[in-house]
Design a protein around this ligand. Structure first.
Ligand code: TYC
Length: 120
């Protein structure tokens, strides 16, 4: 029987001399970032076309999808525009609220933690 060229390495928690010591290797656990839903709220005054425009401009929706989401919000009171990391979600809410304010529409947009996306 031949001697193996690469003798088996000892397990990481056993030192070369066979003694146990302080483990110096740390394992980096990668955590998925929490994700956040951007929600649009219904109101009685914001024009439907404006809401569709917002969905196309800030949430990259095609016209047919934007119309569907807008009608969902109009009928149910609330609807989802997309799911993003916290920073992106906050930025989009700010952009929507700024544009609505500029046009003097009462449109409201909020974020909500998405429980399915990542854990903290
Ligand atoms: N309810 C509004 C109307 O009848 C339309 C609307 C839809 C407003 C969605 C806000 O998030 C909204 N003009």
């Amino acid at each position: 029987m031949s001697v193996p060229k690469h003798p088996k390495k000892p397990p990481a928690d056993i030192d070369d001399d066979g003694s146990t010591g302080v483990a110096t290797k740390s394992r980096t656990r990668t955590k998925k970032p929490s994700m956040y839903k951007v929600l649009l709220l219904n109101d009685d005054y914001t024009p439907m076309e404006f809401v569709v425009h917002v969905l196309e401009r800030y949430f990259d929706k095609r016209n047919d999808e934007a119309v569907q989401i807008m009608l969902h919000v109009h009928q149910k009171g609330v609807g989802m525009c997309g799911v993003y990391t916290y920073e992106v979600a906050e930025t989009k809410v700010g952009q929507v609220m700024d544009l609505a304010r500029q046009h003097q529409h009462p449109l409201q947009c909020t974020i909500e933690r998405d429980d399915d996306g990542g854990e903290d």
